[in-house]
Design a protein around this ligand. Structure first.
Ligand code: FAD
Length: 408
C-alpha cells in the first residue's frame, strides 16, 4: 500500500465495470504502473454493474457523433472479444423494436436512419418478418438488430478484477474514499483504511459521482438523481414466448430509459422492465429504502423539481405501473398479448445513476470532468456497461497524458 513516500501511479475510485475496465486498459498499455482500485463495498460490482438488464447494446438510439454512439459500437465489439478471451458467456440473441400501430411508423423509420448513421446493422421487418424472429409478437412493422447481445455484466466485472490483479494491479475492497486533495503533482487520497498518495486519480463512483467530483474544485452544478428500475420475471415455463430482446418504439420526451421491454437473459430467464421511479436511496438495501442524506440531496436540488414538473404525467404513469402489476402487463400486452398478469412475479431491481442539470434536463451523454491530476466520470448511464472498455481506453489515454507531463 502506498501510504509511505512513494505515491501510486494511478488510483481509481470505484470497483464497478467502468473503474475496472479503466484499470485493465491502463495495465494492458503500461504493465509497469502501480494501479490501485479502491472499492467501498466488500466486493466489486455491487451496484449498477451487477444490477442491470445485461444487454450489450448495439448502439441504435444514441445521437450520431455522441460519445454514447461511438463508444457503444466500439465498446460492444471490445467487450465481446474480452468475454471470448476470458470464458464469459455472451449470446447474440438480437433485438426487435415493434411498432404496434401505424402511428409509430415515422418514429420507427427515424430510428432505422439513426441506427444506420451510427453504423449499426439493422433490418426492417414487415409483419411476417416480425413473426419469423419473434413468433409471439404482434405489430405492424419492426426493426431488428441482429448484433444486440446479452451477458452477465456482474461476471464481467469480477473477471476484470481478476485480470487487473493478475496484471499486478491492486483491487482493495471495503475501502471507501473520504476525501481527495490535489497538490502540485500529487493527489492525497483519504480512505477508511488509511491515506495514500497518487500521481493521478480517476473516479468512477456511479451513484456517488457528484459527491466525488465535489471533493476537488467547485461542486458540479449538476447532480446525480437516482432512478430505481424494477423488473418482473416471466414464469420459466413461458420463457419460450421471448427469443431475444423485444422493445417498443421509443416515444421520446427526453427520458431515455422509458418503455417496458422484454429481455431473454443469458441464463434463459425473461425479465420485463425495468421501469423508472425516483429512488429514496442511492444504495439502499431494499427498493423502498430511504436514506436521509440522499433523499434530502434529491429534494433540495432544483433540477429535480423542474424535471418532475416537466414530466409529471410520465412520472405518475411510472409510479402507477410500479405499484400495479396489471398496468405494466397492459403495456406488454400491446405487443406480446399472450402474457397475462398471472404469468409474472416481482423480480430484482437496480438504481440508475443519472446526471440531471439545474434546469431539469437529463444529461444524455457520458460526462468526464477533469482537473490537473483528477478525472471524474460524472455521468456513465446505460450503455456504459456495454461501452466500458471503450470508456476505459479513453480514460487511459487521458491519464497517460497527465502522467507524461512529468511533474509526478
Ligand atoms: C436498472 C439498470 C439497467 C441497466 N441496463 C443496462 C444494460 O442493459 N446495458 C448496459 O450497457 N448498461 C445498463 N445499465 C447501465 C450500467 O449498469 C451502468 O452504466 C454501469 O454499470 C456503470 O458502471 P460504473 O462502474 O460507472 O458504476 P457502478 O457499477 O455503480 O460502480 C461504482 C462503484 O463505485 C463505488 N464507490 C462509490 N463511492 C465510492 C467511494 N467514496 N469510495 C470507494 N468506492 C466508491 C461503488 O460502491 C460502486 O461499486 C443499467 C443500469 C441500471 C441501474
Amino acid at each position: 500500500m502506498a501510504t509511505g513516500t512513494r505515491p501510486a501511479d494511478v488510483v481509481i475510485v470505484g470497483g464497478g465495470i467502468v473503474g475496472l475496465a479503466t484499470a485493465h486498459r491502463l495495465l494492458e498499455a503500461r504493465p509497469d504502473l502501480d494501479v490501485q482500485v479502491l472499492e467501498a463495498e466488500d466486493r466489486v460490482g455491487a451496484h449498477q454493474s451487477s444490477r442491470n438488464s445485461g444487454v450489450l447494446h448495439a448502439g441504435l438510439y444514441y445521437a450520431p457523433g455522441s460519445d454514447k454512439a461511438r463508444w457503444a459500437v466500439a465498446g460492444k465489439a471490445q467487450l465481446e472479444r474480452f468475454c471470448a478471451d476470458h470464458g464469459v458467456r455472451v449470446a447474440r440473441t438480437g433485438k426487435v423494436v415493434v411498432a404496434t400501430d401505424r402511428s409509430e411508423l415515422p418514429a420507427l423509420r427515424a430510428l432505422t436512419e439513426r441506427a444506420r448513421t451510427n453504423g449499426v446493422d439493422v433490418e426492417e421487418l414487415d409483419v411476417d418478418g416480425l413473426r419469423r424472429h419473434e413468433p409471439h409478437v404482434h405489430g405492424v412493422a419492426g426493426l431488428r438488430s441482429p448484433g444486440t447481445a446479452v451477458t452477465d455484466f456482474g461476471e464481467v466485472t469480477r473477471v476484470l478484477a481478476g485480470v487487473v490483479g493478475a496484471a499486478g494491479g491492486l483491487v482493495r475492497t471495503s475501502t471507501r474514499v473520504l476525501d481527495l486533495v490535489e497538490r502540485p503533482g500529487r493527489v492525497r487520497v483519504a480512505t477508511t483504511t488509511g491515506d495514500l498518495e497518487a500521481r493521478a486519480v480517476v473516479t468512477c463512483a456511479g451513484l456517488q459521482a457528484d459527491r466525488l467530483a465535489a471533493m476537488t474544485g467547485s461542486p458540479p452544478t449538476e447532480r446525480i438523481v437516482p432512478f430505481r428500475g424494477s423488473w418482473l420475471r416471466l414464469r420459466p415455463e413461458l420463457a419460450h414466448l421471448v427469443r431475444g430482446n423485444i422493445y417498443p418504439v421509443p416515444t421520446g420526451g427526453g427520458l431515455p430509459f422509458l418503455g417496458v421491454h422484454l429481455t431473454r437473459r443469458i441464463d434463459g430467464e425473461v425479465w420485463i422492465g425495468p421501469n423508472a421511479v425516483l429512488a429514496g436511496a442511492r444504495s439502499g438495501a431494499s427498493p423502498w429504502s430511504v436514506d436521509r442524506r440522499d433523499a434530502a440531496a434529491t429534494a433540495r436540488f432544483r433540477g429535480t423539481w423542474k424535471l418532475a414538473a416537466r414530466h409529471l404525467g410520465i412520472g405518475v404513469g411510472e409510479l402507477w405501473r410500479d405499484r400495479y402489476l396489471h398496468a405494466t402487463i397492459r403495456a406488454v400486452q400491446r405487443y406480446v398479448p399472450t402474457i397475462g398478469v398471472d404469468d409474472v412475479a416481482r423480480g430484482p431491481w437496480g438504481v440508475r445513476a443519472q446526471l440531471v442539470d439545474r434546469d431539469g434536463n437529463l444529461v444524455d451523454d457520458f460526462v468526464v470532468r477533469a482537473s490537473d491530476r483528477v478525472l471524474h466520470v460524472l455521468n456513465a448511464p446505460s450503455p456504459a456497461a456495454t461501452a466500458s472498455l471503450a470508456i476505459g481506453a479513453d480514460l487511459r489515454d487521458r491519464v497517460l497524458g497527465r502522467l507524461g507531463r512529468g511533474t509526478g
